[in-house]
Design a binder for this molecule. Sequence first.
Ligand code: 13P
Ligand code: 13P
Ligand code: MG
Ligand code: MG
Length: 365
Amino acid sequence: MSKTTFSIIKADVGGYPGHATVHGELMEVAEKKLSASNDLINYHVTHCGDDLELLMTHKEGEDSEKIHSLAWETFQEATEKARELGLYGAGQDLLSDAFSGNVRGMGPGIAEMEFTERKAEPVVAFLMDKTEPGAFNYPLFKIFADPFNTAGLVIDPSLHAGFRFEIMDIKRDKTIMMNAPEEIYDILALLGAKGRFVINKVYPKEGSKLPSDEPVAAVSTEKLYQIAGEYVGKDDPVAIVRAQSGLPALGEVLEPFSHPFLVSGWMRGSHNGPIMPVSQKDAKCTRFDGPPRVLCLGTQVKDGKFDEPADLFDDPAFDMVREKSADIAEYMRRHGPFEPHRLPMEEMEYTTLPEVMNELEDRFQ
Ligand code: 13P
Ligand code: 13P
Ligand code: MG
Ligand code: MG
């Protein structure tokens, strides 16, 4: 059987209200557009916070012009609807007027992977709002490299050899492939600096049960590639992770989210705060435009088809994490404009801070 491609393409084309969530009519526009396509095997339209998310399966491979133009047109039509309804920041993430075959670098976020389906293919989509792609460094490292998270790394012979991480240096637009567990100290030296080094993809090793050239996890890193020349907001990221049979089990994939780790984003993309794993119902940003949310939808892909995804954080097992996240949010908020709640100055270059500094410059003695 030919390979299957799982694509998530997402954009904020207007918030309702403010940056909180997506208006139902935008989802209807997307639903209608995708249902009319002959190129998709299956799709699921949803949102996390104010980001409109298109989950799609097809046979067109990664970076397919057909699939990317379908997504682009969907976002354009949804933007028209957003303008009509007077939604906030209509077309926010569509940075260019001209589509040239590929949405990379044009504003929308993309996580895509093409793979040979196993007999049973569990696939999990993580959708985040009010944060940046580096927010996936911590959970993906835990899933694929930390034996305290993933028991299988120790006790399952099929993943004992570890995995390979493709890591991007955002500043220099270069990538490096690194091996876990051999190089975990060096990997962490990079990944800890999550605003600069970002996991792009994860691959099996040579000799694994799975083809070593087919990704097992992919993160959207697009907006980081492009130089917009102006502040375009944090790039609210998405990721796809495959599970089981030679890979971490589903529960090992979810386990890092039992800790509400700190991410940057939140209010005006300028604050550190805890991630909050939520159900679809709670995938909206409220308090101080947050706290940053992560939604997790899981499904089984068979010949490219998949059923209505399971809402995996819609579960009392994660109540305690949400409570802790709310506590940490409260603790961080009490710092007001002080670091480390507010991001460090270097990361605030698109705000009024440089202007304030300029104006005050003469008065420094
Ligand atoms: P099952 O025996 O239910 O397939 O579970 C195996 C497993 O990987 C659980 O983590
Ligand atoms: P979004 O990136 O989700 O649109 O949020 C922007 C913002 O400024 C939130 O306060
Ligand atoms: Mg928005
Ligand atoms: Mg958003």
